[in-house]
Ligand binder design. Sequence first.
Ligand code: GDP
Length: 194
Amino acid sequence: DAEVALVGRSNVGKSTLMRELTGHSFDTGGKPGVTRSPNHYDWAPEDFVITDLPGFGFMSGVDEELREEIKTEIVHYLEEYADNVLVAILVVDGKSVIDIIDRHSGPDEIPYDVEMFHFLRDLDVPTVVAVNKMDKVDDEDERLDALCDRLGLYPPWKQWQDTIAPISAKRGQLEPLHEAVRNHLHEQERDDLF
Ligand code: GDP
């Protein structure tokens, strides 16, 4: 089956989003790092499988070596299945993403979210950045413009609504994500026709 892959650092709200998308319940705020292998679920209204990849980044009780291992697994999975992945959803926490990116930017450090975004683009996998927890963000436009800037997308973000989808998984406000994913799917159907 065609696949939509979900990636993101731990604690960005991936489980909450999965629950909203699939109707299954997931371990939210549970033991991080426990979900190691990719999990596949049906995405009900759409006709494909959604794959939840392990959360990445700092997790208390998970050492550096294991973190690197998880990251390597995610990268290998995406490389192996890139042809089957219709859309990747990179979930970030709108409240903290800019601070985290800036804290990890340096001469020999690339922040995970930025690295993953470019990696997916290099694999030719259409990518939507689901900017979650927007219910906690006051200056929405400013935040999303800053994110575009960090990802190398020319602001304003409104030009990138197929790529940047502000959502609140907790409140079930997901329309921008559905819209962006739908547009990518239709784009591919058109490409398949010609
Ligand atoms: P995961 O580690 O990425 O799977 O993250 P979880 O789904 O477990 O969520 C981590 C925390 O963020 C939990 O406390 C959630 O209730 C909270 N959370 C998830 N989505 C949202 C959201 O849209 N808004 C707010 N304010 N909190 C959220």
